[in-house]
Design a protein around this ligand. Structure first.
Ligand code: ZN
Ligand code: ZN
Length: 85
């Protein structure tokens, strides 16, 4: 049993955490969401529960990582201009 820090962006259900075993709460919420997205792709079947949590984590990301002070670079926070036409 791992003890999660109080600053965890979400208390993920144990079965969700189990799907992304390498995930650490030291990361920004979006990194966890990305890990879930990878899991969704890898599973090759609909996983509404995973998708729901991924979306939720993106939504609840504090943007500024409390541990590193670095802003989250996830595209969900307003895309950086990429000049993509
Ligand atoms: Zn984020
Ligand atoms: Zn995000």
């Amino acid at each position: 049993m791992k003890t999660l820090p109080a600053s965890a962006p979400e208390q993920l259900p144990a079965e969700i955490i189990a799907r992304i075993g390498s995930f650490s709460y030291l990361s920004a919420a979006c990194q966890a969401a990305d890990a879930l997205d990878d899991e969704l792709v890898a599973s090759r079947r609909p996983e509404p529960e995973l998708a729901r949590w991924a979306a939720r984590l993106h939504t609840r990301c504090p943007v500024n990582n409390r541990h590193t002070g670095q802003p989250c670079v996830c595209g969900c926070h307003g895309r950086p201009e990429k000049g993509e036409d």
